[in-house]
Design a protein around this ligand. Structure first.
Ligand code: PBG
Length: 325
């Protein structure tokens, strides 16, 4: 049977009907707001390549976190800009490191808001690499201990979820073991299991001041041509004890997101990254796209592809737009 009996337009006639039969939903509860935290007080330093985003001192990050919670965003993920960087990334695992301070302050001010912490060394090493460096090599196994130490210190500061984004082999197992040994068996691991070596991270590296001084991240992050390998990474991390997995970036990798969603039964997130944000903001500023509609369409597309939750710099704005709709 077909036309004229069948008319798909019948179900598109009004917004009420369209909403009634919509397959993918998008609510503020699906979103996670990333925050960049730096030392100081009352600091709100604009990030040039991410208009509308700021490097924030702890007090300002608390304010931002409260605002996110007020519009229904359930979680933030914290990135740190330490006072000083060194070869051992000591700012990453210091008891009073910047992320640890921010975690404590946000959990105190807004206990119901989930705090996720990014576990990686690139913001804390003087060379800007995600792991320890010997000669011109990023060395895997010695890095694991430092990552584990970082995760434990974040958990001790009150993080609900630690999120390793370094892409070293074996880091989920190392982190799980260290958390359990530290009495933090209840702290969950969100693994950036599928993280591509992507040019879409450009603005983030300005925001987090984490551009590598030499070389690139291609020996640990995934090659953009690979999708089967994404499943291999996901199964390895789940085998090591990851509670949730992340695919990153989002829009250029929706096929990968769908494959991961279909392959596993744990929650799957997607990271709508800095370059994706910057492209929307830049085009909107030029009047070339309708910013608000492009934001919501992008996020619902990521949900449709299978993301249970989305890390996005648009979290707060999107939540406000959804409240208005
Ligand atoms: C840290 C990290 C990066 C991002 C999240 N965690 C940067 C990188 O790998 O260079 C990128 C996030 C974004 O672009 O929004 N390793």
């Amino acid at each position: 049977m077909g036309f004229p009996v069948i008319r798909p337009r019948r179900l598109r006639r009004t917004e009420a009907l369209r909403a009634f039969v919509r397959e993918a939903s998008l609510t503020p509860g699906d979103l996670v707001m990333p925050l960049f935290v730096l030392p100081g007080k009352k600091v709100r330093r604009a990030i040039g390549s991410m208009p509308g985003q700021f490097q924030l001192s702890v007090d300002e990050a608390v304010r931002e976190a409260k605002e996110a919670a007020a519009v229904g965003v359930p979680a933030v993920i914290l990135f740190g800009l330490p006072e000083a960087k060194d070869a051992r990334a000591s700012g990453a695992w210091a008891k009073d490191g910047i992320v640890q301070q921010a975690t404590r302050a946000i959990k105190e001010a807004q206990p119901s808001l989930l705090v996720l912490t990014d576990v990686c060394l690139c913001e804390y090493t003087d060379h800007g690499h995600c792991g320890l460096v010997e000669g011109d090599q990023i060395v895997n196994d010695p890095t694991l201990e430092v990552l584990a130490q970082t995760a434990v210190s974040q958990a001790e500061a009150g993080a609900d979820v630690v999120a390793p984004s370094d892409m070293m082999d074996g880091r989920v197992a190392a982190i799980r073991k260290a958390l359990d040994a530290a009495g933090k068996a209840d702290v969950a691991i969100l693994s950036y299991a599928v993280k591509y070596a992507s040019a879409f991270y450009g603005p983030f590296r300005e925001a987090a001041e984490s551009t590598p001084k030499f070389g690139d991240r291609r020996t640990h992050q995934m090659d953009p041509g690979n999708a089967r390998e994404a499943l291999r990474e996901v199964f390895l991390d789940l085998g090591e004890g990851a509670d949730m997995v992340l695919v990153k970036p989002a829009l250029p990798y929706l096929d990968v997101l769908r494959r991961v969603r279909d392959a596993v039964h744990v929650p799957v997130g997607a990271y709508h990254v800095s370059g994706e944000y910057a492209m929307i903001e830049a085009a909107a500023k030029n009047g070339w796209i309708d910013r608000d509609r492009v934001i919501l369409e992008s996020l619902v597309a990521i949900r449709r592809a299978g993301a249970d939750f989305i890390l996005t710099y648009h979290a707060k704005d999107a939540a406000r737009l959804l409240a208005r709709a």
